[in-house]
Design a protein around this ligand. Structure first.
Ligand SMILES: [Zn+2]
Length: 465
């Protein structure tokens, strides 16, 4: 039995388990967050793009090449189940929130975003994120998914098209708007039929509630959207951050809630509703701090974000570089009273973190996601800040890893979702190899040695330019 030992780190280029060419990961500890089980001294055999077998290293490797994984930890690739490719995370990416067209026209921002899709793909891969879900953007999103499917060095991508919304956002409309205001149930059905032609992985509803848009006024549109989507076999994801909005959405049949409830503590009937309906909730904790922290000049990027985030994007996030006469009021007031901004974030977290713990403890399916692409929420490494916040909420490392793997795969859905999220025979070979044990400390989740996507091994340090 010939076994050729190769160190993935040393060779510096990708290794593929080509057709009929087996690849074995030898001697590492396999961690399957889906069931919390670990297999020490394991041998994972990969054939092409598929995990062929998992045994113990005492059994002889069955030919092909192998990678020595002694002392390392082998996990399913991570999922970020809430991202937006149409947003860069820079300061100019949401002119509907802060209009800085005078500094950088939104048209230029969109052109930059479109020319940096491959860069965003690499940043996800560098972070061990082998699958992402884009929960809303222009019709251009469907091209991003197609491009990802044709690109080896890219995460798997599931997408929703334009958001069906209770409010309009004209400043984002350059001809292919990410957000579309829908006024009647018939309009909603018609728009869903148009979306269905693109085979979206999800239909997204932006259920924005304020004094002018009470919960009940938009509810018939939510109902029609969900009915029509389900009739086409498409699941529906809903933005609903208040308890009563979220409750209405789930009662109408929402399959996914894309954020935490942040206005009040979730109650028992709500928890039971989510469990009964098998609704998946994605907390997106990190995004709740990042707008405010950027505007107040109190940004707290993690070392991972500084190292693996796009430097051009990060460079724009210093609001003190903007001439003061060009600062929008929202940034001006945050800068004038940063303590107030930080206090608002704390108030949000007091509710959101408590809600996450309650939902997790009661067996609701939680999928990890960041809302990356929004101002200050960095594509790729924002997931590690999300992990920190999930830990602050009281989740164990294994629970957090389950949210970022097996539960992520459930949210991703479809054939790919069914074939990812765990290290099991027959699953796709999307794997993260870590240098230290994330079950001891979730901080180790970013201590990445190499990433395997679709059976191809990339030493982590070789991924970014
Ligand atoms: Zn979002």
């Amino acid at each position: 039995m010939k076994t050729l030992l190769i160190s993935a780190v040393c060779i510096g280029t990708a290794i593929a388990a080509a057709n009929g060419d087996k690849l074995s990961l030898v001697g590492g500890t396999v961690i399957n967050p889906a069931n919390g089980k670990t297999i020490p001294n394991a041998i994972v055999t990969i054939d092409g793009d598929t995990i062929q077998d998992i045994g113990t290293a005492s059994e002889a490797a069955s030919g092909g090449r192998s990678i020595d994984c002694k002392g390392k930890f082998i996990l399913p690739g991570y999922f970020d189940t809430h991202v937006h490719f149409f947003q860069s995370a820079d300061l100019f990416t949401r002119p509907d929130g802060v209009d800085l067209n005078a500094i950088r026209p939104y048209r230029d921002e969109v052109a930059w975003v479109k020319s940096h899709v491959d860069d965003v793909f690499l940043r996800y891969l560098r972070c061990g994120i082998t699958s992402v879900v884009d929960v809303g953007g222009p019709f251009w999103n469907f091209e991003v998914r197609k491009h990802a499917n044709e690109t080896a060095k890219a995460p798997r991508v599931a997408v929703a098209g334009p958001l069906i919304s209770s409010v309009s956002r004209e400043k984002l409309d350059l001809g292919d708007p990410p957000i579309v205001k829908i006024d009647t149930p018939d309009q909603a059905r018609e728009f869903v039929r148009k979306l269905a032609g693109q085979k979206p992985d999800l239909v997204k509803i932006w259920y924005i509630v304020d004094n002018d848009h009470p919960v009940d006024s938009f509810r018939p549109i939510v109902r029609a959207t969900i009915e029509e989507s389900h009739s086409h076999g498409i699941r529906v994801a809903v933005h609903a951050t208040e308890l009563e909005t979220a409750r209405a959405a789930v009662e109408e049949g929402a399959d996914v809630l894309v954020h935490s409830v942040v206005d009040k503590e979730v109650d028992e009937p709500f928890v039971r509703l989510l469990k009964d309906k098998k609704t998946i909730l994605c907390p997106t904790l990190v995004v709740f701090e990042r707008y405010g922290r950027v505007f107040a000049n109190k940004l707290n990027l993690t070392p991972e974000e500084k190292a693996w985030g796009n430097p051009e994007v990060i460079g724009t996030l210093d609001v003190t570089k903007i001439p003061s006469d060009k600062l929008p009021d929202r940034i001006k007031s945050a800068l004038a009273d940063p303590a107030k901004t930080l206090d608002t974030i704390k108030t949000t977290y007091d509710v959101a973190l408590k809600n996450l713990k309650k939902l997790e403890d009661n067996g609701v399916t939680i999928a990890a996601g960041t809302d990356a692409g929004n101002i200050g929420t960095i594509h790729g490494p924002a997931l590690f800040r999300e992990f920190q916040l999930m830990k602050e909420a009281g989740l164990t490392p294994m629970q957090i890893l389950q949210c970022a793997t097996a539960n992520g795969a459930r949210l991703f859905g479809g054939d790919i979702g069914a074939r990812t999220g765990s290290i099991e025979k027959g699953k796709l070979a999307d794997i993260v190899i870590l240098n230290s044990n994330p079950a001891d400390d979730i901080g180790h989740a970013s201590d990445i040695d190499s990433v395997i996507k679709n059976g191809i091994v990339y030493p982590a340090k070789s991924i970014l330019p």
